[in-house]
Design a protein around this ligand. Structure first.
Ligand SMILES: [Mn+2]
Length: 382
């Protein structure tokens, strides 16, 4: 597909600029514009324009992709600070012009203005500072006016009555959700969370002693609950961690979560899981937080706390499509730590593909209704 426009471009360009051909340099005269290929050019998500949005208040968008390379509150293997890099690298075969997804029957890049806003330069030395930097950056971008591209859905339920852009955050360890929820709360009030993860992330404590050491990638939802940032209609999906005892699930319910275990997919199937999530969330403003360790480590090994026996990428993508039309106010993909990836970069590539689904979730009003047309096969003839 890609070579077609590349082949046509010089022709179109030459036609439009025939009158000035004599002044053109040889490359422009012969081949037109210098296009980036999948494996060339500066690194940005899906080859979108890479813009340091925090530096220029005139930069506006419907959807911003924003990196938060923070990994100094992890309990086990560090390295998610390289997550934004790995996800952008994994997205190199994604282009806005080739972004039509058959499963979705849409191209999200044509339905909203999406740009890559670069990374928040978070401190790797001072977690309190880093968390304030992430909240401040998110609040800054959330306050920008939307461009209002024709068919882009915009979040409806902001309590200030203003339409706000959506931010797709590339983590970073899961702690980044605390400053994000603080920022979203200023605009939307308490919101629900759809939390894809192998772990509940509602631990009351991971053994922290000081105030700061209690802010971790396994406790941030408890802290968000204590700060009143979340509504009590949130839901986990894909859980399979071990824990100290069942009393922690009582605490998890108190924080506001219903539980869908990884194993539940065998009894319920993807459609029932979708129904559960939709019923739980209803019309509330909802934030989608996706830990890559939801996916089986066989397909996504590059993460800090892998748990065996997770969902496949295909199952998960099907569940995500079923959630279209919910009132998403933001999304993230976190815990991608590429130092543990294999030589094929499979985790980064999968994470980039899931992030593409989040863009589709932002711009579509209902799950795609694809009709499967079954081909006649030799078996039918016999
Ligand atoms: Mn997590």
């Amino acid at each position: 597909m890609r070579y077609l426009p590349l082949t046509l471009l010089p022709f179109v360009y030459a036609q439009q600029h025939a009158f000035e051909t004599s002044q053109q340099e040889p490359w422009a005269a012969k081949y037109g514009i210098q296009t980036d290929l999948s494996y060339t050019g500066p690194l940005s998500y899906s080859h979108l324009p890479y813009t340091r949005c925090l530096d220029d208040s005139s930069t506006t968008f419907d959807i911003a992709v924003l990196g938060m390379p923070f990994d100094t509150a992890t309990s086990h293997r560090p390295g998610a600070r390289f997550g934004p890099y790995a996800i952008r690298s994994g997205s190199r075969r994604q282009f806005a012009a080739d972004g039509y997804a058959l499963e979705w029957m849409t191209n999200p890049y044509t339905r909203a203005e999406v740009i890559d806003c670069g990374d928040v330069p978070v401190s790797p030395y001072d977690n309190a500072l880093a968390i304030d930097q992430m909240e401040t950056a998110y609040t800054t971008l959330l306050a920008r006016p939307v461009n209002g591209s024709a068919s882009a859905r915009t979040a409806k339920l902001a309590r200030d009555g203003v339409e706000h852009p959506r931010i797709l955050t590339l983590g970073g360890d899961h702690t980044i959700v605390l400053p994000i929820l603080r920022s979203l709360h200023q605009v939307y009030g308490p919101i629900s969370v759809i939390h894809f993860d192998a772990h509940i992330d509602t631990w009351p404590s991971l053994g922290g002693i000081t105030k700061q050491s209690k802010v971790t990638h396994g406790t941030f939802f408890t802290l968000a609950f204590e700060e009143g940032l979340m509504s009590n209609t949130s839901i986990h999906a894909g859980i399979r961690n071990k824990l100290q005892g069942p009393e922690l699930i009582e605490h998890d319910e108190e924080v506001g979560f219903e539980l869908i275990m990884a194993d539940d997919i065998d009894e319920l199937g993807t459609d029932e899981i979708v129904k559960h999530i939709r019923q739980r969330i209803g019309n509330s403003p909802v934030y989608l937080s996706f830990d890559i360790d939801t996916i089986d480590p066989g397909q996504a090994p590059a993460t800090g706390t892998p748990e065996p026996a997770g969902w496949t990428g295909r199952e998960t993508k099907r569940i995500l499509r079923g959630l279209a039309g919910l009132n998403f106010v933001g999304a993230d993909i976190v815990e991608v730590a590429p130092a543990y990836d294999n030589a094929g970069d499979i985790t980064g590539i999968l994470a980039a593909g899931l992030a593409d689904d989040f863009l589709a979730l932002f711009v579509t009003d209902e799950p795609p209704k694809r009709q499967v047309k079954r081909r006649r096969t030799l078996a039918d003839e016999l």
